[in-house]
Write a protein that binds this ligand. Sequence first.
Ligand code: SF4
Ligand code: SF4
Length: 166
Amino acid sequence: MRSALIEAFLNLFKKPDTKNYPFEETYKPKDYRGLIKYNEEKCIFCLKCEDVCPPQSIIFDQNIEDGKYKYYYNSYLCIYCGECVRACPKPGSEGAMWQVEESEKPMAFSEQRINDDWFTLEERAESNRAKYKAIKKERKAKEDAKKLKEKLEEQKLSEESTVKGG
Ligand code: SF4
Ligand code: SF4
């Protein structure tokens, strides 16, 4: 009992063993794998990263007018597995997707609040893709009908000129 009291008393003058996270850096292993970075300019929009992501922390939302994709990444959901980078045909910091090796600003301090609307975004992206697919199908059907009409008109004109000529 006496030695415990002495130990407790001496501890009052020692520095704490714990880290004051997030105000202080915590231990980081040598092969640390951090957040995902993305460069739209190098992306070919194959969507492989989105397909392989286990917690679905990558979403490409599609514009229903022109079909263009917009990338979203949820760092709160990400488990840093690196599967997206492995699946990417253009990996690396010179490419479309890579994983940072240095730690970033602790999430607690991040202004990013994407998690709040993530599931709404997920639903919207799914619905937008279905809408765009339907719009594309309709446009193609119209184009095919137009081409067929033009072909039939050409055929008719050629038949009429043959009759006149004969
Ligand atoms: S590191 Fe893993 S969890 Fe994070 S975005 Fe890539 S595939 Fe998804
Ligand atoms: S896998 Fe790479 S190239 Fe394909 S959509 Fe993702 S970031 Fe773009």
